[in-house]
Design a protein around this ligand. Structure first.
Ligand code: 6PG
Length: 481
């Protein structure tokens, strides 16, 4: 699809795939699209590299890890100074950085480029997140600008993200946010389907209305929700959703992937990202169907029941649900961007986060017009502040927080599955609290581990590694005496 997009933009493309069937299909698609003259199908790396002039630019997108290693290995003999390899996979940024380090001494650049938008984006214009050496980014930017999605203002959704593996890191954050939003929406669907007994048509119309105006306006994942809900079974009896198994299995490798890394990175960087991790836990629990069946046989499970509503209360609850989903989506962005900002500082990548927001305005899965406008305003006004201290963002959260609470309370009472919405509510409660119950945790740590603690009367210490123990053994002594 990307080859066709490039060819459609006047670029001569040579393509190679180890699968003959895929190559055949690509040639057929090029023919059908009238682009065969610009798409040269090659039978091996030798033919591929001979068909190119110099310097050569390669683009590939593969499952992370070994497949990419193998391709880089096979390309090695053909690479010469000035060549650029663009890895458009969902690759781990550290793997990208080690491939960069391997090729840099030979004068070959390796660009880790996040590509979002699925197969439709690849064909008609994706959001592109390239990171790597500056000279190489500058060389390929004109090419990438041609094929990137254009936002409502006509701006291409591509920018030089930063150095090293920053492009792949940004895509990983994008996917962490994506998974959070997907969970929030699927929880809303269940509430409407199982607790309010609405049919696919009705639920579809609700999602359509959310996407048409208000805070979820222009949200890509909400925009595909209406059609998903309305899709009927082939026999036209009933809605397809009810026949889809509830197992979201990871693609290539169960223990890896952007969702796993986003959560690992958040923990390692000390960024609370519970909306993202709750979404991820839901996904990994869903994947193991047989285990769920055995636990179900022993522990049993509760099923979402009806939420009893007085006449006229349904539209109120649906409005609360819209606001609850919105605030969860916003929290996913906040948590993902907090992670990005912190790791950007740690790694010295020079990412401009406001540019990242800009290139997520079209082509990508987390496109969310209202939220992009909100972040634009907040970066223009309060860029130095924590996202949750910025006036515009705070205003939105305060506005919708009560609706989130209402939905969680009603949903939990009805035994609905609400991991992401519940985690978001808790996050909002603890992230800004100045009176957490964790003084008890401090005391526990001190009690069994001589960890020490600070008294409220003492000055607040900054969080850093190697904090000194100010008051060791106090409780241990108390207990032993
Ligand atoms: C995108 C998507 C896409 C996604 C894959 C696999 O932005 O277009 O994020 O890249 O990652 O469809 O998804 P999982 O790794 O989550 O299974």
């Amino acid at each position: 699809m990307l080859a066709l997009l490039l060819a459609g933009n006047g670029v001569d493309v040579s393509i190679y795939d180890s699968s003959e069937a895929s190559l055949g299909k690509a040639a057929e698609n090029a023919e059908k699209s009238g682009l065969a003259a610009r798409v040269h199908v090659c039978k091996d790396y030798d033919a591929l590299c001979q068909s190119l002039g110099g310097p050569k630019v390669f683009i590939f997108s593969l499952p992370n890890g070994r497949p990419g290693d193998a391709v880089v290995q096979q390309l090695q003999p053909y690479l010469t100074r000035g060549d650029i390899v663009i890895d458009g996979s969902n690759e781990n940024y550290q793997v990208t950085q080690s491939r960069q380090a391997m090729l840099r001494p030979r004068g070959v650049a390796y660009i880790g480029m996040g590509i979002s938008g699925g197969f439709i984006g690849a064909r008609h214009g994706p959001s592109l997140m390239p990171g790597g050496d500056k000279w190489a980014l500058e060389q390929v930017l004109p090419l990438l600008t041609k094929i990137a999605a254009k936002d409502d203002y006509g701006r291409p959704c591509v920018t030089k993200i930063g150095s090293g593996g920053s492009g792949h890191f940004v895509k990983m954050v994008h996917n962490g946010i994506e998974h959070g939003i997907m969970a929030a929406i699927c929880e809303a669907w269940e509430l409407m389907d199982k607790c309010l007994h609405m049919d696919g048509e009705e639920i579809g119309s609700v999602f359509d209305s959310w996407c048409a105006e208000g805070e979820l306006k222009g949200n890509f994942l909400v925009s595909i929700s209406g059609p998903i809900c309305r899709t009927k079974n082939q026999s036209n009896s009933g809605f397809l959703l009810h026949n889809i198994r509830d197992a979201v299995v990871q693609d290539a490798n169960d223990s890896e992937g952007t969702g796993v890394w986003a959560n690992l990175e958040a923990v390692a960087a000390h960024i609370p990202a519970p909306s993202l991790s709750a979404a991820h836990y839901l996904r990994i629990a869903s994947a193991d169907v047989l285990q769920r069946c055995s636990i179900n046989a022993s522990l049993g499970s509760v099923s979402p029941g009806q939420i009893a509503l007085a006449p006229g209360e349904r539209s109120e609850l649906l409005e609360d649900l819209r606001e609850a989903v919105y605030v969860a989506v916003l929290a996913c962005f906040v948590q993902g961007l907090n992670l990005l900002e912190r790791v950007n500082r740690r790694e010295g990548w020079s990412i401009h986060v406001e540019q990242v927001i800009r290139i997520w305005r079209a082509g990508c899965i987390i496109k969310s017009d209202y939220i992009a406008d909100l972040f634009d305003r907040s970066y223009a006004r309060d860029a130095g502040l924590h996202l949750l201290c910025r006036e515009d963002i705070v205003g939105e959260i305060k506005k919708c927080w009560p609706s989130l609470k209402t939905v969680v309370l009603k949903g939990l009472e009805a035994d609905a599955h609400l991991p992401c919405l519940t985690a978001t509510l808790e996050y909002l409660k603890y992230v800004g609290s100045t009176d957490l119950p964790t003084n008890f945790m401090e005391a526990q740590l001190d009690s069994f581990g001589a960890h020490g603690f600070d008294l409220k009367s003492e000055p607040v210490r900054h969080l850093s590694k190697g904090m000194s123990i100010t008051r060791p053994l106090t409780i241990v002594k108390l207990i032993s005496s």
